[in-house]
Design a protein around this ligand. Structure first.
Ligand code: AFP
Length: 304
């Protein structure tokens, strides 16, 4: 940090966005500092419980959810707090609600025991129980807990990255991040033996055209790598037995699709843009092809 450093709080203010949205994003960034500290404490203990999707939880999953819930619900204009860790949203009961917030508190937490990067994903929506689709998203962000803790957000005015500095402030690293038309890396989720023939042919095409494999098993670091390298493709396809894939629309895919579109890339389930997929239920899943335009268009050609 030096005297030229631009703090997140100041950057948000200068963006001229709604003051309540600004406070909400800032509050989430503070929650991210607590979660970062939680991870520094090497919180690898299993909780002995399962989340709404019947996945085993760590203590860190539960603690991250509690930190975010308590801080977000305390804001007197929040309607619903929905979390991937919980079956139903928490209704805040405030008089004049403005935003609902959906979070994946600690995505990729099965990587904590092997000391790989994990992340928090947040989508901010109008004050409704369930939006119709992702086009209603107001802002999205993720916090990546790696060697550095970084925060990447958009309110629809470009994509900006901040780094948590040792003094405890998120400081601007890059503003208006843009992807190129094409990249050189691919992150293919799911077991190859479960892929459909069309998806397998698409991935083989990327390999044949010299794309490098970059897959950690954590959506946030894998997507972040594509964004920061200026292009490439992350995919988690519909599988033979689970055509809806693994990842959740509201908690994971809408926020990343919004960020990706803002950075000049795109995201699809193979048929329609991810943000246009109608949302019918809270924990709905969808296949995803997300990254720079060239690779996403190529995926669509194979899947059509
Ligand atoms: P966990 O939270 O159970 O670690 O799952 C992580 C995740 O939801 C997402 O971060 C990854 O992209 C995806 O699953 C990886 O799934 P595969 O292990 O099936 O590749």
């Amino acid at each position: 940090m030096n005297h030229n450093s631009v703090f997140l709080r100041k950057f948000l203010y200068d963006e001229g966005i709604d003051a309540d949205l600004r406070r909400l994003i800032h509050t989430i960034s503070v929650a991210g500092k607590y979660i970062s500290a939680l991870l520094q404490a090497a919180n690898r203990k299993a909780a002995g419980t399962q989340n709404a999707s019947a996945e085993d939880q760590l203590e860190a999953d539960k603690q991250a959810d509690i930190i975010l819930r308590d801080m977000i619900v305390a804001l007197d204009y929040v309607y619903d707090y929905a979390s991937e860790e919980q079956a139903k949203p928490v209704r805040a009961q405030h008089k004049n609600p403005k935003f609902s917030v959906a979070v994946d508190p600690l995505d990729g937490s099965s990587l904590i025991d092997v000391n790989l990067a994990v992340g928090t994903i947040v989508g901010i929506y109008p004050a409704e129980e369930l939006v119709d689709n992702g086009r209603q998203i107001v802002a999205s962000l993720y916090i990546l807990y790696g060697p550095l803790t970084t925060l990447v957000y958009t309110t629809g005015k470009g994509v900006h990255e901040f780094v948590l500095c040792p003094e405890g402030e998120f400081v601007l690293a890059q503003s208006n991040i843009q992807m190129k038309e094409a990249g050189k890396i691919y992150s293919p989720g799911g077991l190859r033996t479960d892929w459909t023939p069309a998806h397998r042919q698409f991935i083989d095409d990327l390999i044949a055209t010299d794309y490098k494999l970059r897959y950690s098993g954590g959506l946030v670091p894998d997507f972040n790598q594509i964004l920061m390298k200026g292009g490439g493709l992350f995919s988690y396809p519909g599988l033979k037995d689970t055509p809806e894939g693994k990842l959740r629309l509201l908690f994971e895919l809408y926020p990343l699709a919004f960020l990706c579109e803002q950075a000049g890339g795109c995201a699809t389930d193979g048929l329609q843009p991810t943000l246009d997929i109608p949302l019918k239920k809270l924990h709905q899943r969808a296949p995803i092809y997300i990254g720079s335009r060239h690779e996403v268009e190529k995926a669509k050609d194979y899947l059509r």
